[in-house]
Design a binder for this molecule. Structure first.
Ligand SMILES: NC(=O)c1ccc[n+]([C@@H]2O[C@H](COP(=O)([O-])OP(=O)(O)OC[C@H]3O[C@@H](n4cnc5c(N)ncnc54)[C@H](OP(=O)(O)O)[C@@H]3O)[C@@H](O)[C@H]2O)c1
Length: 265
């Protein structure tokens, strides 16, 4: 892998410059996505349509599209020189990343119950994003990110780490609640109850936004910030769309429930 990276980049300074550019590009993409999502829902799940290409089995789509977010980092961390992996802040941040993507790419797809098939365009975009972001986050953390000594005891790292942990737990728990709304073989929708769903329609999205915001705070880089912003744009839009959808679909939908932020929004 080192040989491939050396073939692509003439120096480490050049690779770091490219990583910075990729992060800024992701922020620009997030802004463009924000504008697009004012007019269109992200086309998968309940909004899936053949306008965005042929439909792919949902478990296969989630497994394949998320796989690069796991395998690209495995290659970068274990099969390149990865010179910063001996440092504790880098190790902990990489653990956060891997913990999420082991669950998301190797476990989550096989637990889905009755999910709608995914249009090819959504699948392809997610696949490319997972390569892009997997490289961006883990190459930066494993080979370039330098933190001051004692960074893991800095309030920003501790708060960020706690936000990441509670966000991840909320996300996994909320996805578990959604999954269990269906008996095996069912494909319809019910009103989610329990956990943060008592307060918001997008509990799983709230958890994931909190997770990557915490990761960005602990990671203290434009690279992790870009991922947090992109996640927030996509998932906030999805939470708002789901909330409106529930209100039109279920007459008895709890009126006090908000879309994304308990008691506020
Ligand atoms: N970091 C990122 O940028 C990013 C982007 C996208 C997703 N994600 C994460 O990926 C996970 C899945 O996202 P998603 O957009 O697919 O979530 P979702 O729309 O809430 O759907 C999750 C699963 O639950 C089912 N479901 C949802 N609401 C239901 C209801 N009321 N009754 C019965 N079943 C219901 C869905 O089935 P159907 O397929 O039939 O709707 C789907 O299988 C989430 O944890 C999310 O945070 C992260």
């Amino acid at each position: 892998m080192d040989a491939i990276l050396k073939f692509i980049f003439s120096s480490e300074a050049e690779e770091l410059y490219i990583l910075d550019c990729l992060a800024y590009c992701m922020i620009i993409m997030a802004l463009l996505t924000f504008v697009t999502l004012l007019f269109e829902n992200v086309p998968y799940g309940r909004y899936a349509t053949t306008r965005y290409g042929f439909l792919i089995n949902v478990k296969f789509a989630w497994f394949v599209q998320e796989l690069p977010a796991f395998f690209v980092p495995v290659f970068l961390v274990f099969f390149t020189s990865a010179s910063r992996t001996s440092h504790l802040p880098n190790q902990l941040l990489l653990c956060m990343y891997f913990c999420h993507y082991v669950q998301r790419s190797l476990i989550y797809p096989f637990l889905i119950r009755g999910g709608k098939s995914t249009p090819f365009a959504s699948f392809a975009l997610a696949f490319v994003f997972c390569i892009y972001n997997g490289y961006l986050q883990t190459r930066y953390l494993s080979h370039y990110a330098e933190y001051p000594s004692g960074w893991v005891t800095h309030p920003a790292f501790i708060l960020g780490g706690l936000l990441w942990l509670f966000g991840w737990l909320i996300n996994v728990h909320s996805d578990h609640i959604l999954r269990n709304l269906r008996q095996p073989g069912e494909t319809g929708y019910k009103i989610p109850r329990g956990g943060l769903f008592e307060f918001i329609s997008g509990a799983n999205f709230f958890g994931e936004i909190m997770e990557w915001a915490g990761f960005a705070l602990a990671g203290n880089s434009v690279h992790s910030l870009a991922f947090a912003i992109f996640t927030m744009v996509v998932l906030a839009s999805r939470a708002v769309a789901h909330h409106k959808w529930y209100l039109t679909k279920f007459e008895d939908y709890p009126k006090s429930r908000k879309a994304l932020v308990p008691f506020v929004f």
